[in-house]
Design a protein around this ligand. Sequence first.
Ligand code: XMP
Length: 327
Amino acid sequence: MNPNVRPESMERITTPALAEKFIEEQVALIKQQVGDKKVLLALSGGVDSSVVAALLIKAIGQNLVCVHVNHGLLRKGEPEQVIKVFRGEMNANLIYVDAVDRFLDKLAGVKDPETKRKIIGAEFIRVFEEEARKLSDISFLAQGTIYPDILESKGVKAHHNVGGLPEDLKFELVEPVKLLFKDEVRVVGKALGLPDNMVYRQPFPGPGLGVRCVGAITRERLEVVREADAILREEFAANGLQGKVWQYFTIVPDFKSVGVNEKGERTEGYLVVLRAVNTRDAMTATVPEIPFALLQKITDRITHEVKGVNRVAFDLTPKPTGTIEWE
Ligand code: XMP
């Protein structure tokens, strides 16, 4: 039996009771595989790695070592939530790495999107490798691989890509959710007691806000993307759109637009673009209707609350012709 093929007989996990059964089975399997050895996990705070962390904590407690790398491209409040939930509430053995300056210095002046992605991916591996080397007694590496990752034959996710680790750090893998689909991972996450905004989180690319701060990233413009994104998410949640719209975020292009302030003076400020899409598989996407009054409220909040912004636009483009991300 190929361990990377989901058996036809495997029941779809749709209820809390089925999730409990899965958790019980996986905890036993993890204990059997790992024994009293230590396991390392890159914990991004996304659904998949969070569910894997919670499962392993249940199975082996402090023998799971979680590494959370803050590369400065995460959404507002994310690193804080990882620390609060995992260290504060689950008593996880969590190493928090503040690598913000390191990433932003490497990215300074880099305009090409693929080069930005490569730098972010490679630097992530380097930071993770450095942390792994500080720990002498690791025997396993846990990963939040899910079934679509296997089906897309990537095997591992770009931003957790252990393929990039040197040979001596390629530990045996622990991948407890590798046969699950995303909706099943969410049911399991809920049963494990993870907060809703972690379990029902929209997809977030590995390079994070880095590809939404178009062109060469500056710290100032990155803060604009982050603050505007937080307002968009807050308003979507308050108006019942969280969990209904598949992905929604902000983009800030690398030019300033001309505007005028309340005193009638000419201003130069950033343009914030709002993007909201629905899709099944991210290959094509449609733009849902968002109530006009809500778009007006979001525009008003962003132009008044986010420093340096004088204009907001809503991207009406389906995929094709536009991709979901802007670069
Ligand atoms: P596009 O922009 O190609 O995006 O229509 C399709 C989906 O993929 C996500 N995306 C990425 N995810 N690393 C990731 O992990 C990336 O470099 C990346 N680029 C795009 C995007 O957010 C959307 O969900």
